[in-house]
Design a protein around this ligand. Sequence first.
Ligand SMILES: [Zn+2]
Length: 438
Amino acid sequence: MIESRPEGSKIPHQKDIPIQAGIEVICGPTFSGKSNELIRRLRYLGHEGRKVQAFTPKIDNRRGGDSVNSEDGATFPATSVASSREILGHVESDTDVVAIDEAQFFDSELPDVCRELAAGGRQVIVAGLDKNFRGEPFGPMARLKLEADGMDSRRAACKICGRSATRTQRVKIINGERIPANYSDPTILDEGTEAYEARCRDHHEVPGKPEGVVLPESVEEALGWLEEVTKSILKKEDRPEDFFRALLTGSQIGDAMKYITHDKKLNPRARPHGTREDEILAYGQIMMQLMTLMGSRGISFKEAVAIGLKNQFELDWKKKDALANATESQIEGRVAHPGNVSGQAYVVSEEHPIEEFVAGVLVAPFVKPDHMSHFRLNTPVAIVTDHGGVNSHPAILARELGIPAIVGTGNATEKIPHGSEVMIETKDKKGIVTLVVE
Ligand SMILES: [Zn+2]
């Protein structure tokens, strides 16, 4: 049977099916058609007979706040609100669909408001820029994306190369020339002298962006989300004194330390400090305290984590020291266990896997715990590694076996040819590996 549609554009039988409650996010860079897609969906839902209400932030008065506007001129009526909480007061009891445009300009409570609306049986559709011109998470978008049931990650065309663009470039227009905006420029655009463009990863430029470790996008988003959550916690916090927070953080760390020092494996005579659940709670509390302390001190998690990671990688400073003192025939590292021996080098590589080691001086990037039993049976005369400190696995193994070990050489596996004769010497904390050339 061919279904005939009743007169008009409505599809009344759809209306009898309850709306699917949940949160849908439409995101992407500028000119990716987010608002256009939002309007398309809202019109469709309207035709289905759903009651739709749309909201825009009051901050966005670029094209009048009382409608959702797309780049190609389509519009949909909307109510402009000053805060995300205000939306709840406007939503009528029989509304099926709540749409929010320019969501990036809303406050950090927007994800909670969306969750409340979805819990009330409504379909929530949110559209917004996920990254600001600096390439960092924009307002509450990172958290909204985590909260979303469905996501439409849209792309635009790069203004420079025409390939697919995922970023928003901000440019200053000076004498007709388009110059990339600086990282430290304010987030809100001056429409007279500035503009936004869609750019691909390669053509997105942010002069002055702090150098450091580039965090994986997912980590950056998660940190952006934590930053948002912390900000909203601090808003309700009536004891924001830094000294109080520092004390609290300190006592939480002390509490978690008890769990660590009372670990049966580390300290068999200690009585246990509590349950595993209590320990997890203690870590969670430390993290929350630390984050709110950082928030009250105006320190960015992202920056702190990036700098911390960078430092961690460069801790490799030990490696750098070792490399600085290296010569053509000598490599230095730290002594994990002392002793002077010589022997033939077995240099671990794809060709010479660690599992096939039988005898000689083991030269490896690192040693994993699952290899330890192999070396108890095939004992090396000495161990030399690229990575690892004096408490690393090769160090523990060497002490156990009573053989000399030099760790953290940086590049022993590169500099020592497989099968060559090497001499191992240890002087205090300094370990020296010499290539014996005949
Ligand atoms: Zn491009």
